[in-house]
Write a protein that binds this ligand. Structure first.
Ligand SMILES: Nc1ncnc2c1ncn2[C@@H]1O[C@H](COP(=O)(O)OP(=O)(O)OP(=O)(O)O)[C@@H](O)[C@H]1O
Ligand SMILES: [Mg+2]
Length: 295
């Protein structure tokens, strides 16, 4: 079982993990420690190993070598019930939200508690009153209480992702993993979702590891950026005082061809396709005004 972690011990401690899928090396000697309450952004091009690393933190993938310790527990050695217990403390937010469109928003949030209730649920009445109350509380937290009984597929993308966050919160997680949570969203919704993740993390002392592939967003919302390239960590630094130029330079330092440099500029350098760069500065002020205008 995952025990309580002494203050000095990292919440996440990845040591020298390597993961191959056939001929492909997805992760190569990756080490990473994350302290309690830290918001770490995994930054990298498509195929650089971000999702694979996140999946190792939740025990969904196992390393070929190296160790993964989460909340004081060696994840790679866990099976069955202890693994489920650990996963219960780790919330996951997905790029495509993964909601059940035909269910209400509230039911979708409640599915986040399924690891705590046995057997299939048949509609809302299958859930205990306290869970429903908790779900409503989380919906309120993400600003969607008014939509609780609306079908999930009637919401905008940004709203759906906020439901995804509320669902993750149903676990009362200590760690939140988010795999490209804003990749399917427009810049304004992206800012809202990232701001929400940051606010909740700070309020609840959650530790967050979130993958993104835009430098601007990583700088705006992360405490620290860990850059992955071809499965290796090429950058691990606090965001404070860091400019986009710094990040691009460090990230691109091991580039061998101009084609690769172009790919980095295109994929990491832009906030959203078609958006001018100066509008890429998404900060709390943007979020606040967006939130104020929220219906
Ligand atoms: N289950 C798998 N089987 C085979 N290859 C895999 C598997 N999972 C990942 N890979 C490969 O490992 C490498 C890293 O993939 P990963 O999905 O972690 O990258 P990523 O950084 O998340 O990319 P993206 O930004 O596109 O999501 C890629 O080359 C990918 O094709
Ligand atoms: Mg991925």
């Amino acid at each position: 079982m995952a025990g309580s972690v002494p203050a000095a011990e990292p919440v996440i401690d990845v040591r020298g993990i390597t993961k191959n899928f056939g001929e492909t090396t997805a992760l190569k000697h990756v080490s990473l420690t994350v302290a309690r309450g830290e918001i770490v952004v995994l930054l990298g091009l498509s195929g650089s190993g971000k999702s694979t690393l996140l999946r190792h933190l939740d025990g969904l993938d196992r390393p070929d070598s190296g160790t993964v310790t989460v909340l004081g527990t060696a994840v790679s050695s866990l099976r069955g019930r202890p693994l489920r217990a650990l996963r219960g403390q780790v919330g996951f937010v997905f790029q495509q939200f993964e909601l059940v469109g035909s269910l209400t928003v509230l039911e979708n949030v409640l599915t986040g508690a399924l690891f705590r209730v046995r057997g299939p649920r048949l509609g809302l009445w299958g859930y205990r009153r306290d869970l429903k109350q908790a779900a409503r509380g989380h919906l309120d937290r993400v600003g969607l209480l008014a939509q609780a009984y609306q079908r999930a597929d009637t919401l905008s993308g940004g709203q759906q992702q906020r439901v995804g966050i509320a669902r993750a919160l149903m676990q009362n997680p200590r760690i939140l993993l988010a795999d490209e949570p804003v990749a399917s969203l427009d810049p304004e919704s992206s800012a809202q979702v990232m701001a929400l993740i940051r606010e909740i993390a700070i309020d609840s002392g959650l530790t967050v590891v979130c993958s993104l592939h835009q430098v601007d967003l990583a700088l705006s919302w992360g405490d620290r950026i860990v850059g992955l390239r071809h499965g290796e960590v090429v950058l691990d630094t606090a965001t404070q005082g860091l400019s986009k130029q710094n990040v691009m330079e460090i990230y691109g330092r091991v580039t061998t061809s101009t084609g690769e440099l172009d790919a980095i500029e295109t994929e990491l350098g832009t906030v959203e396709p078609g958006e001018p760069d100066e509008q890429g500065e998404l900060d709390l002020a943007t979020f606040s005004s967006a939130r104020d205008n929220r219906r």
